[in-house]
Each structure stands twice: as C-alpha cells, then as structure tokens.
Design a protein around this ligand. Structure first.
Ligand code: GDP
Ligand code: CA
Length: 337
C-alpha cells in the first residue's frame, strides 16, 4: 500500500505519526511501500482566537512534532521557547492570561492570521506554514489537511453556582488549560460543526486511501469532531480502504490528556472496548474494521470482536519511535494480514 490517511488530534496523533513515519523509513510495516505517502486530516475544533491571533493547536502540534520544532517535554509549542510576549500582555492586564502564547509560536500565529485576513483559507495557510516545517528535498514529510476551512469550536458547559442558569460555557482551551479539566464537563457543544464543510482534499484523502488509521487520539474532541464534519464519517464508512483504530484508553484510563472527562461527558464508558464499540464496526454502521487494545486490556478483546470488529491486544504505549512503529505495524497487520 502506498497512500495512508490518518485522522489526528494533537499530541496523541502526532506521536503516532512519528512512529508511522519511522516504520515506513525502516521498512517495518507489513505491505507498506518504502515511498508510501501519509496524509493527515487534523482536528481544528480546538482552534481559538487569542489577542487577535488565530491559534490552531492540533495543526501546530502535528507540524512542529513532525518538523522537529516541538518542545519534547511539554509536547506542544516550540522548543527553546521564551514567554516575554505573554508576560507583557499579562502586565497590561489583558485577558486571557492563561493561554500559553510563546514568543516563537507567536510568529506562526502572526503569519497564519495575516494570511487569513488577506483572504486565504486555513488549508492554504497550513500548506504555506508546512513549507517551512514539512518539506524535504524528497517531497513533503506528510500532507497536512485541516478537517475544515470553516470556523468550528468545541465549547464545554460546566456547573457554575454563581450563574442564574447554574452553568457556564467556556471554550475548550479554557476548560483544558485554565480549569485543567478538573471540573466535570456537563455538555460539549461543537459550535459550527454541523454547518461546516470538509476542507479541500479531505474526502478524497479518505476515499482514495489504501489504509485509513484512527490513531490513539481523543475519541471525542479530536476524532469525534473530525468525524462530525458533514460527509467525513460517511467517507470513512464507505472507503474501499481498511480502517483501523488504536485505543487511547489503556487500563481504563487515558495515558495523558483528558479522554476520560470527554468520554464521561458523552456517556461512553472509559475503557478500550467501549471506545472501539463507540466508533463501531463498518459492517453495522460504524467507521472501523479493526481495533487494537493494549495488552493490559486483553480481557476486553472478546467484547470487541462480539461487536463485529477484528481486535487484538498489543503494547500500546508510545514510549519511543520503535514502540510506536510496532503499534502501527500491528494495526496494519490486523486489518490486512
Ligand atoms: P491532543 O489534541 O493534544 O489532546 O492529542 P490527541 O487527541 O491526538 O491525543 C490525546 C490522547 O492520546 C490522550 O487523551 C490519550 O488518551 C492518548 N495517548 C497519549 N499517549 C498515549 C500512549 O502512549 N498510548 C496510547 N494508547 N494513547 C495515548
Ligand atoms: Ca487537541
């Protein structure tokens, strides 16, 4: 196979992509050509306007990670970052003060915002930014496509005793960064999602792929939103390519991030099997052919296969590129072997 399409959030998706590319480069993926091309359809529902700048956290995490510009310890933002701009803005007392706007990162947001103001759609802006990060003499490292060019934002309703309605709605970034996802999310609102259209190339990337992968990204606010763009879920359900997913839940908890809070908010049990069954088998109206769970969750395999999905338990910790490439190999083997 030559064309692999991966739907991706930020950190979980980006780490998986590093392993997948490593696997292609080292020839360790079964049936995958050495010149295989990877297309990434990235979540943009985390996007936020701050201080007049358009910030796209998941696009940037994928771009910086695969372009070797990421801060490895934080897992987001630029390496060797400084924070003078953020400090100066805080000194003026302007909100939001909680958003992590690094000085190097600001340059990316300035370029993006200026191009958007000039009338370019996000997809073309992303292509321009990727020219710096993801271009090699042999061609692009990956093709990075925003799920949509339209404005879509995830908002979270939380309890607020001081508000007359008893609740308050905050942007997803405020829930995650300022509130550290430590208060229960009562409802999730995907503003603009139903009216959005797939970004250029998104449907073709799914339809024409030889393999579609749902990496261990957040199933609700990363992959749930991508699949929620009209026609995307249908394209995944209908593609001739096998579709395989890897569980972001290991031993009944997310490894890092906040998949637990988001699954709870939509009423899905926090377990590897439940997430796989939430995506569902294509044979019964879902989006997957196969689902990998971690070896610690081997006792859940039967429950997944009963739901019509091929399933296997393998190590699913993305601790280094080799381990992650082995996950990608197992995923491919599950649906093609
Ligand atoms: P975000 O946009 O930065 O939150 O990143 P994603 O949505 O792409 O992925 C976040 C999810 O990745 C987390 O909620 C975890 O469940 C999952 N995750 C992170 N690290 C690992 C890992 O090593 N193994 C597995 N199986 N899942 C992981
Ligand atoms: Ca994200």
């Amino acid at each position: 196979m030559r064309d692999i399409t991966v739907l991706s959030g930020g950190m979980g998706g980006a780490r998986f992509l590093q392993g997948l590319l490593h696997g292609i480069a080292t020839g360790s993926l079964p049936g995958v050509a050495p010149d295989a091309r990877v297309t990434v359809v990235a979540n943009t529902a985390d996007d936020i306007w701050v201080h007049g700048l358009k910030v796209c956290p998941d696009l940037d995490t994928v771009m910086y990670t695969l372009g070797d510009g990421i801060d490895l310890d934080r897992g987001w933002g630029r390496r060797d970052e400084t924070w003078s701009t953020k400090d100066e803005l805080a000194a003026y007392g302007v909100e939001p003060t909680w958003f992590g706007l690094g000085d190097r990162d600001v340059a990316t947001h300035l370029v993006r915002t200026q191009m958007l103001d000039a009338g370019y759609p996000l997809s073309q802006v992303t292509e321009a930014l990727c020219r710096r990060w993801l271009t090699t003499p042999d061609g692009p490292v990956v093709r990075l496509l925003p799920m949509t060019d339209d404005r879509v934002e995830t908002h979270v309703a939380i309890a607020d005793p001081e508000s007359p309605s008893g609740r308050r709605v905050v942007h997803f970034q405020e829930y995650w960064i300022r509130l550290r996802a430590q208060v229960p999310a009562e409802t999730l609102l995907f503003v603009g999602l139903e009216e959005s259209s797939p970004g250029p190339g998104v449907i073709d990337a799914i339809t024409d792929a030889d393999l579609v992968v749902l990496p261990p990204s957040n199933p609700v606010v990363s992959l749930g939103t991508i699949l929620g763009v009209p026609r995307v879920r249908e394209a995944v359900a209908a593609t001739r390519a096998p579709v395989v997913g890897l569980s972001p839940i290991v031993g009944d908890t997310h490894v890092r991030g906040m998949a637990e809070q988001m699954l709870t908010a939509i009423g899905v049990e926090v377990s590897a099997a439940a997430v796989g069954l939430h995506y569902g088998s294509r044979a019964s109206g879902g989006v997957l052919d196969g689902w990998l769970v971690d070896e610690r969750d081997a006792d859940q395999v039967a429950r997944v296969t009963d739901g019509g999905l091929a399933c296997r338990a393998v190590p699913l910790m993305m601790s280094n590129h080799d381990a992650t490439a082995a996950m990608a190999a197992a995923a491919i083997d599950l649906v093609t072997g």
